[in-house]
Write a protein that binds this ligand. Sequence first.
Ligand SMILES: Cc1cc2nc3c(=O)[nH]c(=O)nc-3n(C[C@H](O)[C@H](O)[C@H](O)COP(=O)(O)O)c2cc1C
Ligand SMILES: Nc1ncnc2c1ncn2[C@@H]1O[C@H](COP(=O)(O)OP(=O)(O)O)[C@@H](O)[C@H]1O
Length: 315
Amino acid sequence: MQRWRGLEDIPEDWGRSVVTIGSYDGVHRGHQLIIRHAVERARELGVPSVVVTFDPHPSEVVRPGSHPPLLAPHHRRAELMTELGVDAVLILPFTTEFSKLSPAEFVVKVLVDRLHAKAVVEGPNFRFGHKAAGNVEFLTAQGKVYDFEVEVVDLVVRGEAGGGEPFSSTLTRRLVGAGDVAGAAEILGRPHRVEGVVVRGAQRGRELGFPTANVETLPHTAIPADGVYAGWLHAAGEAMPAAISVGTNPQFDGTERTVEAYAIDRVGLDLYGLHVAVDFLAFVRGQAKFDSLEGLLEQMAQDVKRCRELVAAAE
Ligand SMILES: Cc1cc2nc3c(=O)[nH]c(=O)nc-3n(C[C@H](O)[C@H](O)[C@H](O)COP(=O)(O)O)c2cc1C
Ligand SMILES: Nc1ncnc2c1ncn2[C@@H]1O[C@H](COP(=O)(O)OP(=O)(O)O)[C@@H](O)[C@H]1O
């Protein structure tokens, strides 16, 4: 797959293509449906498929300081899009200047002049251009002028239990923030992942009998609510069942919020400096401060047992 970091990266001789535009944070199941549709349409038309996305998230530029927590960094989104069969991803730097392009200017500058769109695939709630003034009706009308078709793919809606709310990055962020990682996984179609480099912590874990890899997360990462979770620690090409702790270590009056993972039953690992990923399968309990260290250790042993069972049931 090709990755372009701006309009100028698109090859001069780039022919016609099928395009879909969006933030696509998390590449959740609703996104997947739209992207798959674009890939299929591209194959039918015999042209490549392109996803156009933005960096930073548009809301940061429109309202500084409002960058939402991210469900997936760009390299992860690109990985997921490659799995869906996308041929190229264009990551447009979302500058103030760019945010001022009118919907009509956006169509000409991006879709017509550079990507030579033959078809554009979007969800019904797609908005674009200055003040998000452009919608699918406008896009469809522009398509008639510039010779591209516009296809609208239905939103995926959460089951009755979820109140029929459409799948969205906002809903997924809310679930992650509330610790409902199982709910988030239902929308994402896979567990929510947090990644980063393993850094040194208080070096206490090994003494407790549960060494934990402390993950230095990337800026704006969507981190689940404080608590203990079952999941996996991915390191050096291996997915290891893990008991994960998110929080400030209240038992030790800590103040820094960390994401740390104990790879269950694994001894002698050396993960410092490695880029690792932590996948959140299920919430186990909230963080607690026990009367004694023994209280914490007993609870941790139970947590590990529960995590082992939850992961085994999911594998
Ligand atoms: C399964 C599990 C459960 C945990 N539960 C708690 C807890 O309830 N309260 C707490 O303060 N810390 C909890 N922790 C975090 C430990 O306090 C932390 O891993 C330990 O202090 C080691 O820190 P270090 O990696 O910085 O050395 C938990 C860790 C794990 C792996
Ligand atoms: N089973 C394991 N799970 C996670 N990390 C492990 C494991 N075994 C050894 N380690 C190593 O031990 C380190 C964690 O030990 P710990 O005493 O908690 O130190 P720190 O406070 O620096 O995280 C990890 O970063 C990793 O390199």
